[in-house]
Design a protein around this ligand. Structure first.
Ligand SMILES: [Zn+2]
Length: 241
C-alpha cells in the first residue's frame, strides 16, 4: 500500500476551503494523491472522497480535509471499509504509516502482512488488511464465502502479470524498454506496490515510480539503500511503521 503525504488543508480567499458537501474535495485530493485508491492502489476515474473516520463514527470530521483519502467503491463499500469503526492507533493508514512496509506483494497479486514486523506492527497491519479486504481472493480460507470474482484481486493480479511480462524486456540486453516506459505504464494502471515489488532489483524504476506517483511519501524509501522502505514513525517503539 503506497505511503502518501497529505498536503495541508487547501486555502481559498485566505481561509481553509469548505468541503460541504465532502464530494467537493475530490479534485483537490486527486491533485494531492493522484487518481488512485488509497487502499488497493487501482487507477480509477471513479474514486470516492473517503472518510478515514466515518461520518457515523464522528460527524464532526465529515467535512475535514485531514480526514479525507480517496477510495474505490470496492474498498469503501459494504463488506469492506464502509462505515466500520476505525482506531488510528491500532491500524496502519497510508497517510500516517509506511504502509509499503506493512505488506508484502507476491506472485498472483496476493497481499500478506510483512512477517518481519514486530508483534504490534503486524497486528496493526493486519487490521488494515481486514478493513479493506486486501487479501480477498479465491481460495483464502479466511473468508467462508469467498467471492470468486473479487475484482480488486483480479486487477492486482493482472498488474502483476503485466509487470512480469515487461521485466525481461527491461532487463534484456539492448533494453527494449526504459524505466520511463515501465513507469508510464504503471501510472496508467495503478498498483504502485506491485511494480515496486516486481522491479525490486532496479533502482532507476523504483526511483521513478516514487517520484512519478503523485503524493508518494519519498521519505518512506531510502535512496542510499536501494529504495528499501524505512519506518515512518521511528520514535514510536511499539509500532515504528
Ligand atoms: Zn480500492
Amino acid at each position: 500500500m503506497r505511503p502518501v503525504i497529505k498536503s495541508p488543508w487547501p486555502q481559498e480567499n485566505g481561509s481553509p476551503k469548505s468541503y460541504k458537501p465532502h464530494t467537493k474535495a475530490k479534485n483537490d485530493l486527486e491533485v494531492n494523491l493522484g487518481t488512485y485508491c488509497s487502499y488497493c492502489e487501482i487507477f480509477s476515474s471513479d474514486l470516492e472522497v473517503e472518510h478515514v473516520i466515518s461520518k457515523d463514527q464522528d460527524p464532526s470530521l465529515a467535512h475535514n480535509w485531514d480526514n479525507f483519502l480517496l477510495a474505490c467503491g470496492r474498498c469503501n463499500g459494504s463488506g469492506n471499509k464502509s462505515n466500520k469503526t476505525v482506531d488510528l492507533t491500532t491500524m496502519h493508514f497510508p497517510h500516517r504509516n509506511n504502509t509499503f512496509l506493512s505488506f508484502l506483494y507476491r506472485e498472483g497479486g496476493l497481499v500478506t502482512v510483512n512477517p518481519e514486523l514486530n508483534n504490534i506492527s503486524r497486528a496493526n497491519a493486519e487490521n488494515m488488511l481486514n478493513l479493506v479486504g486486501l487479501d480477498k481472493y479465491p481460495g483464502n480460507s479466511k473468508y467462508p464465502n469467498p467471492n470468486l470474482n473479487d475484482s480488486l484481486w483480479k486487477h492486482r493480479r493482472i498488474a502483476w502479470e503485466l509487470a512480469m511480462k515487461y521485466l525481461p524486456e527491461y532487463e534484456g540486453e539492448g533494453g527494449n524498454l526504459s524505466a520511463e516506459h515501465i513507469v508510464d505504464l504503471a501510472i496508467q494502471k495503478g498498483f504502485f506496490s506491485v511494480w515496486h515489488t516486481v522491479f525490486a532489483n532496479h533502482q532507476p524504476v523504483k526511483e521513478l515510480l516514487i517520484s512519478s506517483f503523485t503524493g508518494t511519501d519519498k521519505n518512506c524509501f531510502d535512496p542510499a539503500n536501494h529504495y528499501q522502505p524505512v519506518p515512518r514513525n521511528p520514535d514510536n517503539p511499539d509500532d515504528p511503521v
